[in-house]
Ligand binder design. Structure first.
Ligand code: UAG
Ligand code: ATP
Length: 511
């Protein structure tokens, strides 16, 4: 693949991004990169984010013949200089062109929400994988699946990849025969233009609660909401949880660019809703047990009935919020052409790494590994588990990350006060902060005399103590880290075997 300077100019002009071009030498580029360490001969290099001019020197030394930036750099003398008004947007539109617009060859489903994106993406992918006989790709926080072979599956570093990587992976998926793509879209993706210019076939809005506010993320809740709403603006069909906070804002935003017939709403049967909009789908469940989670999804409007996706389903991942996630997935899969019969087997078998995974430890509490890592999800998780184990203690091992999501600390304190009996405060991705100071903040938000608090900073030791000291009938929740295989410590991804691996090791030690 190559990119000609004439194409670069035309695309940037079309998007109103071009400021000036200084053509020095090459007019054709064999590759595009935003990381100098990956540059090879003949590449075009993008100067973005926390860029340092030294990276441009390094890119030039590695053979880059052009750079794209928001200002001219002396370090780029001798290279073609493409100056743009917004470099992350330029990266997105030029990446799409370089990879020959793979989005046009895929039916793309994009999912946003403060909580439930990964779970809903997994549910949707499992149904559509069945419906398309394996021709459905998945770009999730946990992993990316770009083709049918085991080697086409790899771990993700971001929920929504950088635009260049996104279009690269879309191209691979198309070349490997994928027809449908299920992907998560974080608010950060819109803030950083990672999905700039993309139109989705279906956009799903699950929920919004305060999160991701702080340095490097959103300046306030309204900015967070604004970014999430962009998915509704950029989707042909919208699927919206009628129970979400700020439903009116979400629905009105969807209506601004989509006909009401292309907007589908859903809610739990009997839920008190903030709006007069009648949900197209309602769901209910008579069984809310860990070992037997069933939902009954009903189509109410004629448009909903036409999708032929309503019915009764067993869902292998417990948690009442997963009934809502599964309903969103069913409607979405229906819009991609699936029928109820395509969903029955996949939903009954699905496993989502690090989400509601459990381990039975004889003579001790039942261990749960879950990715709940803000107030809303921790509250929902502990409330559900307490209902399942009413006679035992709810024991939680949890820490909060450094350098981001500051509001989570107070949220954990609040959720633990209301729903836990014993909390082990420990380490979780402390970054450049002191984990003890982070735990001080969690502890300050715990209402006195509600929950017993112990502090064991070594995460392995905290897990081991929590499991060993638990009794039959208790539940031990290893929270917030999910399936993570590293601890982010002072800028380094330090290997961590994962909470479930450690729990299994503790179990074996007890046998
Ligand atoms: C705040 C933020 O989102 N930053 C992202 C952004 O960083 P950035 O553009 O400033 O890049 P940087 O890594 O600081 O480096 C600056 C530039 O110099 C380049 N470089 C760097 C070193 C070098 O030797 N040579 C070189 O050229 C880098 O490749 C980069 O282009 O672009 C990078 C990719 O190009 C991302 O890795 C990085 O995500 C950081 C790591 C991050 O933690 N992001 C989080 C907040 C995030 O995006 N989270 C959401 C999920 C939210 C949710 O759960 O809902 C996500 O979508 O994952
Ligand atoms: N609809 C929901 N409402 C509230 N909590 C939820 C919901 N779905 C999942 N959760 C909780 O949130 C945790 C994370 O779920 P999931 O990974 O699906 O969400 P996510 O939106 O991808 O999260 P993140 O943006 O943090 O990666 C789960 O482990 C569960 O505890």
């Amino acid at each position: 693949m190559t990119l000609e300077i004439a194409t670069v100019k035309a695309i940037l002009k079309e998007h109103n991004l071009l400021v000036s071009v200084d053509e020095a030498q090459a007019t054709s580029f064999s590759g595009i990169q935003y990381d100098s360490r990956k540059v090879t001969d003949g590449d075009m290099f993008f100067c973005k984010g926390n860029f340092k001019p030294a990276y441009l020197i390094s890119a030039k030394n590695s053979g880059a013949t052009a750079y794209v930036a928001e200002q001219k750099y002396d370090e780029g003398t001798g290279m073609t200089a493409v100056i743009v008004s917004n470099v992350t947007r330029a990266l997105a539109v030029l990446s799409a062109a370089y990879y020959e617009f793979p989005q046009d060859e895929l039916f793309i489903i994009a999912i946003t929400g403060t909580k439930g994106k990964t779970s809903t993406a997994y549910f949707t992918h499992s149904i559509l994988k069945n419906h398309t006989e394996g021709k459905t790709a998945l770009f999730s926080t946990i992993d990316r699946i770009v083709g049918p072979e085991p080697e086409d599956e790899f771990k993700s570093d971001l929920t929504t990849p950088e635009s260049l990587d996104l279009f690269h992976d879309m191209r691979t998926a198309v070349d490997k025969g994928m027809q449908t793509l299920v992907m998560e879209v974080s608010s950060q993706a819109y803030l950083r233009d990672r999905v700039y210019g993309l139109k989705f076939d279906v956009g799903v809005f699950l929920n919004i609660t305060p999160d991701h506010i702080g340095r490097n993320e959103h300046k306030d809740f309204e900015d967070y909401l604004h970014c999430k709403l962009q998915l509704m603006v950029n989707s042909k069909y919208c699927v919206i949880n009628a129970e979400t906070d700020r439903f009116e804002d979400v629905y009105m935003t969807a209506k601004a660019t989509s006909q009401p017939e292309r907007i589908f709403t859903y809610a739990r049967e009997g839920a008190t809703l903030s709006s007069d909009v009648q949900p197209d789908f309602t769901f209910k469940n008579d069984q809310d047990r860990l070992d037997d989670m069933e939902i009954s999804v009903q189509a109410n409007s004629d448009r909903a009935k036409a999708l032929d996706i309503a019915g009764d389903f067993k869902v292998n991942v417990p948690g009442d919020y997963n009934q809502s996630n599964a309903t969103a997935a069913l409607i979405t899969a229906g819009l991609a052409g699936a029928q109820a019969s395509d969903a029955i087997a996949p939903l009954s078998k699905i496993v989502i790494p690090g989400r509601m995974e459990h381990l039975d430890v004889p003579n001790h509490g039942m261990v749960f590994v879950d990715y709940a890592h803000n107030y809303a999800s921790m509250k929902a998780l502990l409330h559900f588990l307490h209902g399942q184990y009413p006679d035992g203690k709810v024991i939680v091992v949890v820490g909060s990350p450094g350098d981001k999501g500051i509001s989570r600390r107070a949220g954990f304190g609040k959720a633990l006060s209301a729903h836990a009996d014993l909390a082990y405060l420990t380490t979780d991705d402390p970054g450049f902060e002191d984990p003890n100071a982070i735990n001080d903040e969690i502890e300050q938000s715990i209402t006195p005399n509600t929950v017993q608090v112990k502090r064991i900073l070594d995460r392995r030791e905290a897990i081991e103590t929590a499991i060993k000291d638990s009794k039959t009938g208790d539940v031990v929740v290893l929270a917030a880290k999910g399936d993570d295989h590293y601890q982010k410590i002072r800028g380094v991804d330090t290997p961590w075997p994962s909470d479930m691996v450690v729990a299994n090791e503790v179990k074996r030690g007890l046998e």
